[in-house]
Design a protein around this ligand. Structure first.
Ligand code: SF4
Length: 328
């Protein structure tokens, strides 16, 4: 029996190269070794975006297409949509009965995000209870691992605490989910900051080749290189940061050396990056097109994945109801 891994992505926008390198490529690797459940967290999109839900459906569809285009294989892993499995909500409700308010208020991102999104009213239970819904998402599948970067380990702690509390109060049902640590390279956006849709600096998996080329051609470089004859420092250039992820060792050396000695111009340097980013994106573009052309395949994949996930969620909820002592 393979150990179970669970992870999800919120359906609040398009996926970009940062999501591909930071999460999806890792998920693709894990599907060969673990019993992986990957889902699209469309309810989670409401925690901060409840006032405008017009893009959720399209975003969910696009993320699913990107999951598959990036290499997730429904024969190897289970792909599903959160809102199609109401058992998550039932478990969330039951967990809300046993979770002290202070645990939720102490989650570091609670206050940080409220500050970050000051223009939205986030004084809702849904926003406060977000980590609890996340806990329900994980433990309902009795998953052993959740793939996370080192900075997200504290976020998993509340899920472990809640699982422990349930087990202590009622019955040992839930394994405490453990982090499956992964080193993710930091992906910078076209302006040198972390690639993020909120900074408007992202290269999206759904961008056309023309758009990707344009975005890279206009990327920020080392500001010291005004003319081609000015030597630069590649470490100060976001273009070089992306070379380190997408280019070969020889190309990285050539670019770094050429930048320092003014032996290569930024246009040529960016051309090499464009070629290598295209190399990664071309199979994704063609698979995306294939899926866009056959919506029935997409629906079938969701149906199958949802059925499989539902089976486990139902089994767990049966155990949970029995453990708490409901009339059945
Ligand atoms: S040569 Fe390349 S690494 Fe150097 S500043 Fe220009 S774009 Fe950036």
């Amino acid at each position: 029996m393979k150990e179970r891994v669970l992870s999800g992505m919120q359906s609040s926008g398009k996926l970009h190269l940062g999501n591909l390198v930071g999460a999806l490529s890792n998920w693709v690797r894990l599907q060969d070794t673990y019993d992986c459940y990957y889902f699209i967290a469309d309810w989670h999109a409401l925690t901060t975006g409840y006032a405008d839900t017009s893009a959720i459906k399209e975003s969910t569809r696009d993320i699913l297409i990107n999951f598959l285009a990036a290499g997730l294989d429904p024969e190897k892993c289970t792909l599903f949509i959160q809102s199609r499995i109401p058992e998550h909500a039932e478990l969330h409700l039951l967990l809300s009965m046993i979770t002290p308010l202070g645990w939720l208020e102490r989650v570091p991102t609670y206050k940080e995000k409220q500050q970050e999104l000051k223009e939205r009213d986030l004084s809702t239970y849904g926003f406060l209870g977000y980590p609890l819904l996340q806990t329900a998402d994980i433990i309902i599948y009795r998953a052993k691992y959740v793939p996370v970067g080192i900075d997200q380990v504290p976020h998993l702690e509340i899920s472990r605490e809640v699982a422990r509390r349930f087990n202590y109060l009622y019955k040992e049902i839930f394994p405490e989910p453990e982090p499956l640590l992964t080193e993710f390279p930091k992906v910078v956006g076209t302006d040198g900051r972390k690639m993020s849709k909120s900074y408007d600096n992202a290269i999206y998996l759904s961008d056309s080749p023309v758009v990707v080329e344009q975005k890279i051609r206009t990327m920020v470089t080392d500001p010291a290189r005004v003319k081609k004859s000015d030597p630069g420092n590649p470490e100060l250039s976001p273009v070089y940061q992306l070379h380190k992820i997408f280019s070969s060792k020889e190309e990285i050396e050539r670019v770094a050396d050429g930048c320092r000695t003014a032996g290569i111009g930024c246009i040529e340097c960016k051309k090499i990056l464009i070629k290598n980013v295209f190399g990664v994106m071309e199979p994704i573009w063609s698979k995306r097109q294939e899926l866009l052309d056959s919506p029935d395949t997409l629906n079938e994949i969701v149906e199958q994945g949802t059925e499989k996930a539902k089976k486990i969620a139902r089994e767990t909820m049966h155990l949970v109801r029995e453990a708490i002592g409901f009339f059945s």
